[in-house]
Design a protein around this ligand. Structure first.
Ligand code: PLP
Length: 497
């Protein structure tokens, strides 16, 4: 095997390190009178016994968590081609920016005259995103893409209601869409209507015409979509929806494919979200924190959540004066630290750099797709954007090796698996997004590994079926891990229980 990624070390994990009486801290002696807890706390909230916490030294704790962290795959360790997630390298200069005292330690209640720098950054960020997306106004509040979707749908509803169209409640969503699209539409109180994809993977225009009507609130579209394919009919799609009186929502999760080249606002979209933790290089995984700002066209700007950041003369201020605002969607001003990191990224890349990002992301994806298509079935064999969806169908039909097995085998070679079984319209889907930050050597390495696994699936399928062998844990019961996770320390279990 020519150079592989990071291969995991395999010592056993010992979780129970507690030793009675051992301490990881020493507090100074109390120099005030000790309160009687029975006097200051309600009786029913007092513990009868001290909490059964692990008793460990500082060194034990640091080693335990550092060891665990080394057993995780991360973008700082190796290739992470998780389709739709844009797991690009996160430049460390972003962390330096977010760690500056004036950003990291500013209290959200600090008066405006003392936080002009932070407000300026938020103000500029609103403008940068508006420019990148072709929008007129932006809120930075939403905490992630899905939250942006919810915010955007709420804004569209409020706007249409102000136009006497409050009855509209149907959200049209292509069958290739990410699961958050229907989920957020439902949470926002709407009904969803699915529209089919055509043979090229785009929105089927006839099906779209058949489902739009006087109850259409909006269409939610990802472009390029989750197949990594750019819908060339996007202007026609926009016209069909607009003619029916509905609006267009742009799911910006795939902006990394077109940034600097095309803007959703120019293609007819009225509202768009940005995933700062994808396109703009802030870390993600493990559930957050993310940031999902939303941009809108000027007719919808009056409905943005409050506050937005305004500027009068040289002074930045928090503008609460939006009488038709949908209200707050998050406490304070969004995930500020994430916004600072994305700001640092935008400023360090500059307009030409951002354009180069999409160019390289698309080049890398097409390079890999071309290398893989000899061994893996491609349902949509056409030039892709920043990602593509291959399939394990040939392997499954020939030797019973499924996409899940291929994904597990990849772990043995030290790379993270692509997204699997999504989008739902491709059987045995393997959704690969290499991102622009990977070198040619890494792409070659991944292509070699994929070719090798295709060979194994043919000649020694048992190897693939029994994978992974080199990781700390073998195959997990993934359903149980999701449904019955055990996340809390249970001192009562004791060592080895
Ligand atoms: C990631 C993603 C989302 C959801 O964004 P989050 O920031 O994870 O909430 C929505 N649509 C698509 C296509 C995505 O890839």
């Amino acid at each position: 095997m020519s150079g592989t990624g990071y291969v995991y070390k395999r010592e056993p994990v010992i979780f129970e390190l507690s030793s009675p009486g051992r301490k990881g801290y020493s507090l100074p002696a109390l120099d005030v009178p000790e309160p009687d807890l029975g006097q200051v706390l309600p009786k029913d909230q007092l513990r009868a016994e001290p909490a059964p916490l692990p008793e460990v030294s500082e060194g034990d704790v640091v080693r335990h968590f550092t060891r665990l962290s080394q057993r995780n795959h991360g973008v700082d360790i190796g290739f992470y081609p998780l389709g739709s997630c844009t797991m690009k390298y996160n430049p460390k200069v972003n962390e330096v920016g977010a760690g500056l005292d004036g950003f990291a330690n500013v209290h959200p209640y600090t008066p405006e005259e003392l936080t002009q720098g932070a407000l300026e950054l938020l103000y500029d960020m609103q403008n940068y995103l508006a420019e990148i997306g072709g929008m007129d106004a932006v809120t930075l509040q939403p905490a992630a893409g899905a939250h942006g979707e919810f915010t955007g749908i709420s804004i569209i509803r409020a706007y249409l209601a102000s136009q006497g169209q409050g009855h509209r409640n149907k959200v049209i969503i292509p069958d290739s869409a990410h699961g958050t699209n229907p989920a957020t539409a439902i949470i926002a109180g709407c009904e969803t209507v699915e529209v089919k994809s055509d043979a090229r993977g785009g929105v089927d225009l006839e099906s779209l015409k058949a489902v739009v009507d006087g109850n259409t609130l909006c269409l939610m579209l990802t472009n390029p979509n989750t197949l990594g394919l750019f819908d060339e009919n996007v202007h026609k799609v926009a016209d069909i929806v607009h003619q029916a009186g509905g609006l267009l929502y742009y799911d910006g999760a795939n902006l990394n494919a077109i940034m600097g080249y095309a803007r959703p606002g120019d293609a007819g979209f009225d509202v768009a979200h940005f995933n700062l933790h994808k396109t703009f290089a802030t870390p993600h995984g493990g559930g957050g924190p993310g940031s999902g700002p939303v941009g809108v066209k000027k007719d919808l700007a009056a409905f943005l959540p409050v506050p937005v950041v305004g500027k009068q003369g040289d002074r930045y201020y928090l503008d609460y004066d939006l009488p038709r605002s949908i209200g707050r969607v998050k406490s304070f001003f969004g995930n500020f630290g994430v916004i600072v990191k994305a700001y640092a990224y935008i400023r360090s890349m500059g307009p030409d750099g951002l354009k180069q990002v999409s160019e390289d992301a698309v080049l890398n994806a097409n390079f890999l797709m071309t290398r893989l298509k000899k061994d893996y079935y491609l349902m949509y064999d056409r030039i892709c954007k920043h990602e593509f969806v291959a399939s394990g169908l040939w392997q499954k039909d020939r030797s019973g090796v499924k996409t899940l097995d291929i994904a597990k085998r990849l772990l043995d070679y030290g790379v993270h698996a692509p997204t699997v079984y999504f989008p739902l319209i491709v059987p045995e889907a393997l959704m690969v997004e290499p991102t622009e930050t990977e070198s040619r050597e890494t792409l070659e390495m991944f292509a070699d590994i994929m070719a090798k696994i295709a060979g194994e699936a043919k000649d020694s399928p048992e190897k693939v079926l029994a994978a992974p062998q080199s990781t700390f844990v073998k195959r997990l019961d993934e359903a149980r891990a999701v449904r019955q996770p055990e996340l809390a320390y249970r001192g009562d279990l004791g060592p080895g229980k």
